[in-house]
Structures are given as structure tokens and as C-alpha cells.
Design a protein around this ligand. Structure first.
Ligand code: 5GP
Ligand code: ZN
Length: 111
């Protein structure tokens, strides 16, 4: 089982900020901004490369929920959503996740 599947299963603790039947959001263990949250599908999808017509409903649900999480976290002046896919992007956990970064003015350097 991958690290984030273990978090979904409750085998590894996390600080949850949102959860429903199909997705989970929790605080990143090594935050890169004052607010740094990871939003994941509960089902194991390895990365953005693994999104298909069959499983993309959960991705849509994640993006419908991100604004609610951002509001809950008072990210009133904006935030960034990032997903690292594969080696060149530095993906370290092979379970699809979207970073929500905010709480400060973020650098404009994206790559
Ligand atoms: P990636 O580098 O794959 O885009 O993002 C993986 C993220 O998962 C990193 O920002 C890293 O800090 C975070 N992370 C790794 N292990 C854990 C963990 O056990 N708990 C939590 N909450 N975050 C983790
Ligand atoms: Zn997984």
C-alpha cells in the first residue's frame, strides 16, 4: 500500500482538514507555505498521468472542493494549486495529490 493509501486507511496519522466518501485533505508534513494542504482521492491513482475518463469524476470533485477548503482556511487573497507528475516534476509520493499553497505572497517562479 502506498503512503497516502495508508493515510486514507488511518494506518499513518494525518492532520485532516476535509474528508468525505471519496476524497481527503490533510496538512503537508513539511509545509512550504503558511498553509500547505494536500488533497487526494481515496482511490489509488498514481499521478496526473493516471487520470482517465473512468476515474476523472473524483478529480472534478477535488476541484469543486478546493475552493471550499480555501475558504475554510481563510485564503482570501489567493492560493496556488500544484500537482507534480513524475520524475522531472519531483513527484515523491506515487498517489495523485494536489498541493494547496497559500497564506503568503507566493513566488512567481513556477519552474
Ligand atoms: P510531491 O513531492 O510528491 O509532489 O508531494 C508529496 C508531499 O507529501 C510532500 O510535500 C511531502 O512533504 C508530503 N508528505 C510526505 N510524507 C508525508 C506524510 O507522511 N504525511 C504528510 N502529511 N505529508 C507527507
Ligand atoms: Zn495510494
Amino acid at each position: 500500500m502506498c503512503l497516502f493509501c495508508k493515510i486514507v486507511a488511518g494506518e499513518i496519522p494525518s492532520t485532516k482538514v476535509y474528508e468525505d466518501d471519496t476524497i481527503l485533505a490533510f496538512r503537508d508534513i513539511a509545509p512550504m507555505a503558511p498553509t500547505h494542504i494536500l488533497v487526494i482521492p481515496k482511490v489509488h491513482i498514481p499521478s496526473v498521468d493516471g487520470i482517465t475518463a473512468e476515474n476523472s469524476a473524483v478529480v472534478a470533485h477535488i476541484f469543486e472542493t478546493i475552493p471550499l477548503i480555501a475558504a475554510q482556511e481563510h485564503l482570501v487573497s489567493g492560493y496556488r494549486v500544484v500537482s507534480n507528475c513524475g520524475q522531472d516534476a519531483g513527484q515523491t509520493v506515487p498517489h495523485l495529490h494536489f498541493h494547496i499553497l497559500g497564506g503568503k505572497e507566493l513566488t512567481t517562479q513556477m519552474a
